[in-house]
Design a protein around this ligand. Structure first.
Ligand code: BGC
Length: 509
C-alpha cells in the first residue's frame, strides 16, 4: 500500500502509519540510544527452519514423527521436512544476516543430527560438519553464534523410553551437551541448554498438543520441568568443571513468560502468576528451590485431592545445590501479556497447572492483535517483565533471546514495525531504569514452521517462498526497519520509515 511516492500516496501512508502507531505505542524515557556494544540479533530453531529432515545421517525427531503421523493436528497438514531449507541453503540465511548487519545469530542444534538415535554411540560426523560450517561462516562475518541445544526436536528413540518423563533424560542430555562443548565450544561462547521448558512440558505432557501427546496435567508437566532443570544444571556443572577454564563461555536457559498486568490493582495476583510462570524455573536457578508459593499451594492441593504427596517433585539436597546458580545470564523469551486477577470460581481442569496457579487471565480489547491469536502488542508488559527480573533476580544480565510478531506474511508489515519499535522502546526504558540488558534478538530471521500452526503464522523479517524449490528469501519492510535501528543504534522514527519506503534497503534475491 505504501509503495508509491506520489504526493497522495504519501498522505495515505502518513495517515495509515499514524493510525497504526496509536494502537501499541509506548512513551519514551531517557536516551533514544542503546548502550555502546549492545548486541542486536535474530533467532531461529533447527526443526523450524532447517528441513533436510533425513539428510546426511540425521535420525528422526519427535516432530518428524508427529508431523508425519498426525497431519490433522497441524494446520494444513504442514511439516518441517523442507521448511526454509536452511540445512541446504544456509548461505541465503547468511546473506540476510549480513544485510541486516546483526551482531549475533541465535540458532539451535538438532540433537538427532548429532546423535541420530539420541545416544553417544550414534555420533554423526556429517551433522557435526554442518554446524561447524555454520559457526565458521558466522564468525568469518563478525556474527556471534548463540546456540540453543534443545528446541523441542527430541530424538525419537529417547521418546520411546519416556522422553522427559524418564530421569534417564538427564544423563542423555549431559552426554549430548558434552559433545557440543567438545565440538563447538572453542568458538561458541553463548549457550542456552533448553528453550522454554514450561511451554514444551505443558504442550507435550499436559495438553496433548505437542508430541508425545501426553495428557496428564498437573503431574507429567511438573515431572518434565523437574527433569529438564536437573539436566540443565548437570550440563552446566560439566561445562564449569571441564570446559570453562579453556573456553570461557557462558550458559543460560531460554525462559519464556507472558507478563501479567494486574487488573483492578490485583498486584498479588500478578505476582503469583509471575512466580508460577517465569519463577517456576528462574527461582530454582537464581535462588534455589521452586517458588515457595508453588511448593506450598501445590502440596495443599495435592493432599486435598487425596494424594499422599505433592504433585510437584521435590527439588532438594544435591539437586537444589547444583541447580542454584546454574546460569550466567537470564535468557528471556517474551512476546505478550495478559491482565490478571485472582480467580474466584476456578473452572480449570483438576488437577492442572492452571488450577494450581488459580488466576483469571483476560486481554484488553484495545490491544493490537497479531496473526497468531495469542499474540497482542503490549510493550508495557516487556517493561514490567524486565523490572520484575531486575528486582527479583538481583539485576542479573539479561539477553532478550526472543521477541517477535506474527502475521499472515505480508511484505508491507507495518504492524511488525510498530511492535518492534514499541518493544525496543520498552528495552530502552528498562535500561534507563537500571536493568542490565546486553542484547535483543528478534524472532525470527525467516518465515518458518510455526509448530501446530504450520505456515499460517509468519514471524520472519524475511519472507520465504515455501512453494518454490529454491526457497527464495525476500526482505519485508521490517527487515529494512531493523537494519536502520542496528545501523543507528537507536529507535528509528517515522521520518526514517519514510526513507525506507524509498526502497533503499529492499533488494529481491
Ligand atoms: C518459540 C518459537 C516459536 C515462537 C512464536 C517461541 O515461544 O520458542 O519456537 O516459533 O515462540 O510462537
Amino acid at each position: 500500500m505504501c509503495s508509491s511516492f506520489l504526493f497522495i500516496g504519501i498522505l495515505v501512508c502518513v495517515f495509515s502509519i499514524s493510525q497504526t502507531l496509536n494502537t501499541c505505542d509506548l512513551p519514551a524515557r531517557g536516551s533514544p540510544y542503546f548502550p555502546k556494544n549492545f548486541s542486536f540479533g535474530v533467532a531461529t530453531s533447527a526443526y523450524q527452519v532447517e528441513g533436510g529432515w533425513n539428510s546426511d545421517g540425521k535420525g528422526p525427531s519427535i516432530w518428524d514423527d508427529f508431523t508425519h503421523n498426525y497431519p490433522h493436528m497441524i494446520k494444513n497438514g504442514a511439516t518441517g521436512d523442507v521448511s526454509a531449507d536452511s540445512y541446504h541453503r544456509f548461505d541465503m540465511d547468511l546473506a540476510a544476516l549480513k544485510e541486516l548487519n546483526v551482531s549475533h545469530y541465535r540458532f539451535s542444534i538438532s540433537w538427532p543430527r548429532i546423535f541420530p538415535n539420541g545416544d553417544i554411540s550414534s555420533r554423526n560426523q556429517m551433522g557435526i560438519d554442518y554446524y561447524n560450517d555454520v559457526i565458521d561462516k558466522l564468525l568469518a562475518n563478525g556474527i556471534e553464534p548463540m546456540v540453543t541445544m534443545f528446541h523441542y526436536d527430541l530424538p525419537s528413540e529417547i521418546q520411546k523410553i519416556g522422553g522427559f518423563a524418564n530421569p534417564l533424560l538427564i544423563p542423555k542430555f549431559v552426554m549430548y551437551a558434552t559433545e557440543l562443548f567438545e565440538d563447538f565450544g572453542d568458538r561458541v561462547k553463548i549457550w542456552m541448554t533448553f528453550n522454554e521448558p514450561l511451554v514444551f512440558c505443558k504442550a507435550s505432557y499436559a495438553e496433548a498438543r505437542y508430541p508425545p501427546l501426553v495428557d496428564v496435567p498437573g503431574v507429567a508437566d511438573y515431572l518434565c520441568v523437574d527433569h529438564t532443570i536437573k539436566a540443565h544444571a548437570a550440563a552446566y556443572k560439566v561445562y564449569k568443571s571441564r570446559f570453562y577454564e579453556k573456553q570461557r563461555g557462558k550458559i543460560g536457559m531460554a525462559l519464556d513468560s507472558y507478563f501479567f498486568l494486574p487488573k483492578l490493582n490485583e498486584t498479588e495476583a500478578s505476582h503469583r502468576a509471575l512466580q508460577f510462570n517465569i519463577g517456576f524455573l528462574a527461582h530454582p536457578i537464581f535462588h534455589g528451590g521452586y517458588p515457595e508459593i508453588m511448593v506450598k499451594d501445590i502440596e495443599t492441593n495435592s493432599l486435598n485431592e487425596g494424594r499422599i504427596a505433592s504433585r510437584l517433585p521435590r527439588l532438594e539436597g544435591y539437586w537444589k545445590e547444583i541447580v542454584k546458580g546454574s546460569a550466567d545470564f537470564f535468557a528471556l523469551n517474551h512476546y505478550t501479556s495478559r491482565l490478571i486477577k485472582r480467580s474466584v470460581d476456578p473452572t480449570f481442569m483438576n488437577p492442572s497447572f492452571e488450577r494450581d496457579t488459580d488466576v483469571d487471565e483476560t486481554v484488553d480489547p484495545t490491544w493490537l492483535n497479531g496473526g497468531a491469536p495469542w499474540l497482542y502488542c503490549v510493550p508495557e508488559g516487556l517493561e514490567g517483565m524486565l523490572k520484575f527480573i531486575r528486582e527479583e533476580y538481583n539485576n542479573i544480565e539479561v539477553i532478550i533471546t526472543e521477541n517477535g510478531w506474527g502475521d499472515s506474511g505480508e511484505l508491507e508489515d507495518d504492524n511488525r514495525i510498530q511492535y518492534l519499535k514499541s518493544y525496543l522502546q520498552a528495552v530502552l526504558n528498562a535500561i534507563h531504569d537500571g536493568s542490565h540488558i546486553t542484547g535483543y534478538t528478534y524472532w525470527s530471521l525467516v518465515d518458518n514452521f510455526e509448530w501446530a500452526n504450520g505456515y499460517t503464522a509468519r514471524f520472519g523479517l524475511y519472507a520465504v517462498d515455501m512453494n518454490s524449490p529454491k526457497r527464495e528469501r525476500t526482505p519485508k519492510k521490517s527487515a529494512g526497519y531493523y537494519n536502520q535501528v542496528i545501523k543507528s543504534n537507536k529507535i528509528v522514527n517515522e521520518v526514517d520509515m519514510y526513507r525506507l519506503m524509498k526502497n533503499q534497503f529492499v533488494t529481491k534475491r
